[in-house]
Each structure stands twice: as C-alpha cells, then as structure tokens.
Design a protein around this ligand. Structure first.
Ligand code: UT7
Length: 333
C-alpha cells in the first residue's frame, strides 16, 4: 500500500472584534487586572456576537475560507471536514455539517465533530493524518471553533477570567514526492480518573436544562483549577517527550513549540522543562485567553502569517483539556 506524507497546505483563523478586558470583568466579579495577569498572563479575550453569526460554525466559515485560500483550493476541493467545538452550534446536526453548508460545499463530503474539549483539535489532527497518509482523502479541513462565552459563568471568578472565543483552521493534504513536509509522530491520551476536575454537567442526555439546573448553575463550566494545572504541566511535558522520542529526533530539533494557550504559567513551566528559550515558544494567551481547542490552530496561523514559522520548520504541538484529555504532535511544516 502506498503511503503519503501529510502536509499542512493552508491555515486560517478568526477572532471576534469585541474585546473584553480584565477591568471589564472586574466590574462584575471580585477580581483585578494584576491578579489575572500574575496568575494567568491573560490581558484580554474576544467575545463572539451571535447577531453577526460568530457561532462556532460561523467563525469556522471565516477561518476555513482563509485556510482553503492559503492552500490554493476552493471549498469543493475539501473531501472531509473535522470540527472540534466543545460546545457545538447545537447537538445535531453537528457543527461540521453546519460548516459544510456555510462554505457552500456541494460535493457531499463527510462532516464529523470531535469532542475532546480543549484537546479536540489536536485529537482531530492524527485522525486526519491517518486518512491522508493512507490515501483515503486528499484534502481534509480540520477546525477548532469555540464559543466559550456560551458556557462561561460570568459570576464565577475562578473560571470566567480564563476563556475567550475564536477559531483556527488548517487544510491538510498530501506532500508531493519532492517535499519533506510530514507529521513525524502523534500521541493522544486521556485520564478519566480526573474527569470531574473540569466539566459542563448539564445540557446532555443525563441532565436536561431545567429550572433546578439553572438555579444550581450546572449549565456552566466548573473546574478544579489547581488539579487541572498540575496535570496539564505533567501530561504536556511527558507526551511532548514521547513524540520527540518516537520521531527519532531530539528537543534541539524543535524550531517552534506551540502549546495549548490556557495559562502563561503552564506554558512557561513546560517550556522551561525542555530548556526552550522564550522566543521559541508561540504565545498569544495574553491577547485571546483560552479559546479551548482553537488555541493551537489560531497560534499556528498567526505565527505563519507573521512570517515566524516558515516551510521546513519543525513544530511541536501539545494540548490538554477536560477528560482529562491530552495529546502531542511533532511535524515538519
Ligand atoms: O483548558 C483547560 C482550562 N483550565 C485551565 O487551564 C486551568 C488551570 N488552572 C489555572 O490556570 C489556575 O489554577 C487558576 C488561574 C485557575 C487559578 O490560579 P491559582 O494560582 O491556582 O489560584 P488558586 O485557585 O490557588 O486561588 C488562590 C486564591 C484563592 O483565594 P484564597 O483561598 O487563597 O483566599 C482564590 O479564591 O485566589 C483566589 N482567586 C481569585 N482572586 C482574584 C481565584 N480566582 C480569582 C480571581 N481574582 N479571578
């Protein structure tokens, strides 16, 4: 069986215009700019506006169009869509189908949502890689689109400071014979013993949204921040080490580290463990906060458009999220 190398053909991203500052949040809950910056590195986040269709699928459309254009393709060249949206447009049809419709794709391509919370986009990447590698599909759109403001409890200072809205998209395809772009190695993991540390309990089949649920606030995200923090540092570091080892390369071969953007202290703890100088680490958590599974594709797209990341660079990606899920991917762009 002939195998192909997977290449990132194009990237795109979308961030809503509306900026919410730490001072804005401090008007509602007992917090302040200095505390938020010291503990998280976050200065601002973006907030989606549904009246402008900045829904998960609406933001995905704008990011995907950029990625498709950057790949020199048209929407009908896409033959599979994978979307990670922790809170989708609605439970069904899935957000990938909504996106197919908004992109005007008429080729009846498959459209699937993946939910691994903040790790969702990174979970989708190895799946798309396997389908490209084995020749099942030629062009796969892999999107992380998140309207976290819809599950963020604006009265809970433990969580509401952390999240923001946005979307990132990539088109994956086959590298040609004379190119060396490829996904070297991937690893995905989940530790369900820690499932209760980060959750959105209500809205699914087990707990419909009733007045009682609303009164208890179970329709909002809840989190044990310290446990998530510790686990994030540990798993991102160990899974990153694993993908580097599996690729037969070393940490010195990493040109850029793009971690999930949840908290600057988590990013620094992992980066320092590998001895990465700060200029090797892509960071935008200060501007956009935690856009859940969209953080890595947004950071990737920005760094490519800014000319930081260039063709041939080796990229180490690592993420964690509710589940607790985690993953790492090492690739040549
Ligand atoms: O994609 C995954 C998403 N989740 C995460 O990445 C979360 C990972 N965890 C974290 O980022 C950190 O744990 C937080 C930023 C959430 C919290 O930082 P921390 O350094 O772990 O603070 P803490 O929870 O230990 O709280 C310290 C103090 C507490 O007060 P007392 O008990 O010491 O009096 C909190 O009540 O800070 C208080 N506090 C706040 N104070 C001002 C908690 N939130 C706030 C706030 N403003 N927003």
């Amino acid at each position: 069986m002939k195998l192909f190398n997977t290449k990132i053909l194009g990237t795109g991203s979308f961030l809503p215009d509306k900026i919410l500052t730490n001072d804005d949040i401090a008007k509602r809950v007992d917090t302040n700019h200095q505390w938020i910056v010291e503990r998280t590195g976050i200065h601002t986040r973006r907030i989606a506006d549904l009246s402008k269709d900045e829904s998960p699928s609406g933001m995905a459309k704008l990011a995907a169009l950029q990625a498709i254009e950057a790949a020199n393709l048209t929407p009908n060249d896409i033959d599979f869509i994978l979307v990670s949206a922790t809170l989708p447009d609605m439970f069904f049809p899935n957000t990938a189908c909504m996106l197919q419709h908004k992109l005007g794709i008429t080729n009846a391509c498959g459209a699937l949502d993946i939910n691994a919370a903040c790790t969702g986009w990174l979970y989708a990447l190895p799946m798309a890689d396997a389908m490209i590698k084995t020749g099942v599909y030629k062009h796969i759109l892999v999107v992380g689109s998140e309207m976290t403001s819809s599950f963020n409890n604006w009265d809970d200072r433990n969580t509401c400071i952390l999240f923001g809205d946005g979307c990132g998209a990539v088109v994956l395809g086959r590298a040609s014979e004379n190119e060396d772009s490829q996904i070297y190695s991937t690893t995905l993991a989940a530790d369900s013993t820690k499932k209760d540390h980060l959750m959105l309990q209500a809205g699914g089949a087990c707990k419909r949204v009733t007045q009682e649920v609303l009164d208890k606030g179970e329709n909002w995200v809840t989190m044990n921040g310290q446990e998530v923090f510790k686990s994030a540092v540990k798993t991102m570091a160990s899974l990153s080490e694993k993908v580097i080892k599996d690729s037969g390369k070393t940490m010195e071969d990493v040109d850029w580290f793009i971690p999930h953007q949840a908290n600057l202290r988590i990013i620094e703890a992992v980066g320092n463990r590998f001895g990465f100088p700060p200029e090797k680490v892509i960071i935008n958590v200060d501007k956009y906060a935690n856009t859940s599974s969209a953080t890595i594709p947004i950071a990737l797209d920005e760094a490519i458009r800014e000319g930081k990341i260039k063709r041939g660079d080796n990229l180490l990606l690592a993420a964690f999220g509710a589940g607790l899920t985690a993953g790492a991917v090492f690739l040549k762009y």
